[in-house]
Ligand binder design. Structure first.
Ligand SMILES: O=C(O)CCC(=O)C(=O)O
Length: 276
């Protein structure tokens, strides 16, 4: 897979998001939808599931550890990328009259802050969002306010938080595309009026210097961690909160450019992996 990382990094820094087309296969998407339907049946109509790694480790791990997403995030966050939470949800369809001229709810994401000064700063968390169907006007596009990860954009009026915004961009994601958002980017979904479920899938990563939201202590998640440890795969271990180098790397002295250090650590992690 050839991905233009330089272009994606520039876009992400400028706009607060970057779209990676076609990262997940139709087969994966079908399996994730099927698993969601099973969970809905098991949990009597619940539609929102966090902790998805423990619910479906084999189906979910390829998304969580996707090399394109991780390579990208390591360039914008440094090699400090952990899984904060993994969510699979389905939004029911509502009527067009009720949802006319409405958005689902503008917000910045977990671990963000209100930017002050227009200057880009690396994210403390980043969301890899995808949808398990193409987003049309009926299914409801993703809406973003470009640049709001750098600028002190506020929406203080409660009613305006569910109205279209003058500076919004609508993104009609295709099934299989992944949009990676800076946690300071203001965004919103759009109410679903398609007559079908609208599936939303979020792999939310945060800095491994922070706590994480999901519970990574379940037996199935721990089995993945044990396997990563057996290969000395620090990048995969770190995703699940285990990072032997954290104390040294988070106290490195900070006397050379961060980017330079990050590349050294990324290479060191790669070289440490045991080959079979
Ligand atoms: O529904 C969507 O399209 C976006 C949802 C979202 O951004 C969120 O839940 O944080």
């Amino acid at each position: 897979m050839s991905v233009n990382f330089k272009q994606h990094i520039e876009t992400y820094k400028r706009d607060g998001f970057a779209v990676f087309p076609n990262l997940y296969s139709t087969d994966q998407i079908q399996q994730w939808r099927k698993r969601h339907a099973e969970l809905m049946e098991d949990y009597e109509g619940q539609t929102w599931f966090g902790n998805m790694l423990e619910y479906a480790p084999k189906l979910m791990w390829p998304a969580v550890s996707h090399p394109v997403i991780l390579d990208f995030l390591e360039q914008v966050m440094g090699p400090f990328v952990q899984l904060d939470n993994l969510t699979l949800a389905a939004f029911p369809s509502g009527s067009t009259e009720e949802t006319e001229n409405k958005v689902s709810g503008w917000h910045r994401d977990r671990w963000a802050h209100l930017p002050q000064d227009g200057i880009y700063r690396p994210p403390t968390a980043s969301n890899a969002i995808s949808y398990l169907q193409d987003l049309t006007d009926g299914f409801g596009p993703l809406r973003v306010i470009s640049g709001s990860h750098r600028n002190p954009v506020t929406i203080e009026d409660a009613e305006a938080r569910s109205k279209p915004h003058v500076d919004e961009t609508l993104i009609y994601m295709k099934a299989g595309d992944v949009v990676v958002t800076h946690n300071g980017l203001i965004h919103s979904g759009t109410p679903n009026t398609s007559g079908q479920w609208r599936y939303f899938f979020s792999v939310y990563y945060n800095s491994s210097w922070l706590k994480y939201t999901d519970n990574h202590n379940g037996p199935l998640t721990q089995r993945i961690l044990a396997e990563a440890r057996s290969r000395n795969d620090y990048r995969q271990m770190r995703l699940l909160g285990d990072e032997p180098q954290l104390q040294a790397r988070s106290n490195s002295g900070f006397l050379v450019p961060d980017q330079q250090r990050w590349q050294e650590w990324i290479a060191a992690d790669r070289n440490a992996i045991k080959s079979d």
